[in-house]
Design a protein around this ligand. Sequence first.
Ligand SMILES: Nc1ncnc2c1ncn2[C@@H]1O[C@H](COP(=O)(O)OP(=O)(O)OP(=O)(O)O)[C@@H](O)[C@H]1O
Length: 341
Amino acid sequence: MAPTVEISHLTFTYPGIDGRPPPGAPPLIEDVCFSLDAGQRCLLLGSNGAGKTTILKILGGKHMVDPSMVRVLGRSAFHDTALTSSGDLSYLGGEWRRDVAFAGYQVNIQMDISAEKMIFGIAGVDPKRRDELIKAGHVSSEEQVGTWNLKSQILDIDLTWRMHKASDGQRRRVQICMGLLKSFKVLLLDEITVDLDVLARSNLLSYLKKECEERGATIIYATHIFDGLDDWPTHIVYIAHGKLQLAVPLEKVKEMSQLSLMRTVESWLRKERNEDRRRRKERKEKGLPEFDKVVEGSRVIGDPAKNADRVINNGWAAGRLTSTIAGEENFVFSSNSVLRQ
Ligand SMILES: Nc1ncnc2c1ncn2[C@@H]1O[C@H](COP(=O)(O)OP(=O)(O)OP(=O)(O)O)[C@@H](O)[C@H]1O
């Protein structure tokens, strides 16, 4: 069976305001290759600024790259918007403070609107699935699995929450719920558990694992929080400075290190930092600037529309730079009714 996610020699540079990479700018993501199959859960790891979010956004169709570099379910998310609008591909970003797509408009997730309107506003959802995500029903002893329960209590959302008065964690739960409402085939998570309490995070991780095992979903999760993750992923991908360092099954990592996943990753990042320091020291000794020159991306060169050599990677997808909430085109409310909340 074909991989559900295929990244092949992915190279990317953020564009300047003329829509193309500034001349001389080194690629931010360089020659990254890895693929995942249905049912696999991958942790995308790396230090701050390594390029994890950029890769997830490219996979989620928020930045344009050559379609041969990135395929999700055999398609290019940037060029084939049905991939996200159908809910087959769901992207959940870390910044809930941004707007979410609602009724085809960008609506602030902090506006005065109830959790119910947000969640029930998404059409074409299996009501059973929605209930399972929302409800905190009674947990019987048979349903109880270890310290958590798979049948209920996933996001424990009170539908009467008003988004403008909700806590960060409550708002986050609603955002996550909206992103999971449709039966995604591929889910991209860019650290979305920061505001969740321990129980909510644990329930969510268990639910996501179940989604992969039972439905064959594929998940890529970028995170710095390792609590409860030791046995969660099937695969580990480690990125440093936009380059792939490692893409292996979890067992391979366990063979490589006797330490916990967190301690193992900590040792990788420490090694990376020490190497960076050594390189900077060497550059300094040679009289070179310690850090690479930052290439300014704001230079406009001629009329990009008239430029025959315009490169395909323009990185800008108007209106698609926010979290993709599955089925955004299916909201049943008009923009007016949203404004009247
Ligand atoms: N829109 C943008 N334009 C130009 N450069 C950007 C843009 N967004 C991010 N970058 C740069 O790309 C690099 C990688 O950023 P990215 O957000 O992908 O890293 P990350 O691995 O997700 O980091 P973190 O763990 O801190 O979230 C950083 O150096 C960042 O400054």
